[in-house]
Design a protein around this ligand. Structure first.
Ligand SMILES: Cc1cc2nc3c(=O)[nH]c(=O)nc-3n(C[C@H](O)[C@H](O)[C@H](O)COP(=O)(O)OP(=O)(O)OC[C@H]3O[C@@H](n4cnc5c(N)ncnc54)[C@H](O)[C@@H]3O)c2cc1C
Length: 344
């Protein structure tokens, strides 16, 4: 198989609230390591309305060039418009590797592109490497319920594509002096040809602090006994200004929504502090939180596996301990505020 025409490591640059999404910055960092091994360049693909200015951010985080599709038709993410633009870009410039963030947009777009291109897609990867001589992407992800890491290769087709979980790759340090090449691209596409219309954007406000962006997460599991017991998690999170996380069993029981689920089939998080309360520590949960800087577990079973992955552990009934902790934090934080306000 001759893939000489296929060069470069690409990243689909996702826009979020007018900025480049954090996961895209992380992927540019990962792409740079792969591209250096392959002695090739890092390119970004940016699609949207008024997004050209974001190319400079991509350069500062490692992109050598950015292909830009800037048109009002891309104002809102729609599978069809973004897929058409990206397919055209891939067919024209032929990347050897194409990475997407495993966000709802990235997953949707990657799978749509993969259905059209004669190539595969490795979903939800957590490690990337490349064989320097063959150029084969080594895309690894948890498999068989998280018990093993599977490394998936795409030997016969190009580009090699993968979605990558947010927060697992490291963004490069921003270099504001770094410049790159902006390549303006366009395809003939008319609104009348697009089957999907965006009528309204409804933002959900249920999640006070997003778990993938939180510095502190208070997560609860089945050990809280039910939705009433789970309230102690919300109360502690409220006091600490933390996000609320949950195990899958809790989500499946309907105590809280899926976007709070931490783990293999939920969100990967890397907060500074992670409280695992009434959570047993199944491998599928651990893969989503084990990179937290500080893990504090509360469980009534001293033999619970979560204690093996924790920095601090408290053995006892969470329904007694958590309210006590909450009161202690309230007192300590209240006192800090008084000190800051000069009252003490
Ligand atoms: C393919 C696959 C994907 C999965 N993906 C995920 C995922 O993304 N995230 C996830 O979390 N799970 C996932 N799971 C499920 C996972 O295997 C576990 O079943 C789940 O994490 C267990 O949730 P839990 O810890 O809340 O409940 P349990 O395992 O039932 O643990 C409850 C814990 O609470 C303790 N406890 C009980 N009462 C108290 C009390 N009063 N005070 C203190 N502690 C108490 C118990 O000792 C126990 O350790 C997945 C499973 C599969 C097969």
């Amino acid at each position: 198989m001759n893939f000489d025409d296929y060069r470069g490591v690409w990243v689909f640059i996702e826009e979020k609230d007018g900025n480049v999404a954090q996961v895209s910055l992380e992927l540019l960092g990962a792409a740079k390591l792969l591209a250096d091994k392959r002695k090739t360049r890092v390119a970004g693909v940016l699609i949207g309305e008024n997004v050209s200015r974001l190319a400079q951010t991509a350069f500062e985080y490692g992109a050598d060039l950015v292909y830009v599709y800037d048109d009002p038709i891309y104002r809102f993410y729609r599978t069809e418009t973004y897929m058409r633009a990206l397919l055209a870009c891939v067919e024209k410039h032929k990347p050897e590797i194409l990475l997407y963030g495993a966000t709802s947009t990235g997953k949707d777009l990657a799978s749509a592109v993969a259905t059209d291109l004669p190539t595969g897609l490795t979903a939800d990867t957590t490690q990337l490497d490349v064989e320097e001589d063959t150029g084969l992407l080594l895309a690894s992800r948890p498999a068989f319920g998280g018990n093993i890491m599977a490394t998936i290769l795409c030997k016969k087709y190009r580009p090699q594509m993968a979605t990558v979980r947010p927060k697992v790759m490291k963004a490069l340090t921003r270099n504001t002096d770094r410049k790159g090449e902006l390549v303006e691209e366009s395809i003939p596409i008319k609104e009348a040809d697009i089957r999907t219309k965006v009528l309204e954007i409804v933002r959900t406000t249920t999640q006070r602090v997003r778990i993938d962006e939180a510095d502190v997460i208070v997560a609860g599991g089945k050990g809280l006994g039910g939705p009433a017991g789970f309230q102690v998690i919300h109360q502690l999170a409220e006091t600490l200004g933390a996000a609320v996380g949950a195990s899958r069993d809790v989500v499946e029981a309907g105590w809280i929504g899926h976007h709070h689920q931490v783990g293999q089939t939920g969100v990967t998080v890397t907060p500074k502090i992670y409280f695992a309360i009434g959570i047993s520590g199944a491998i599928q949960h651990l893969v989503g939180m084990q990179n937290a800087s500080l893990i504090i577990a509360i469980n009534k079973d001293a033999g619970a596996p979560i204690f093996q992955s924790s920095h601090y552990g408290i053995v006892g009934d969470a329904l007694t301990i958590v309210p006590m902790l909450n009161e202690a934090f309230k007192t300590a934080l209240g006192r800090k505020e008084e000190v800051n306000a000069g009252k003490v």
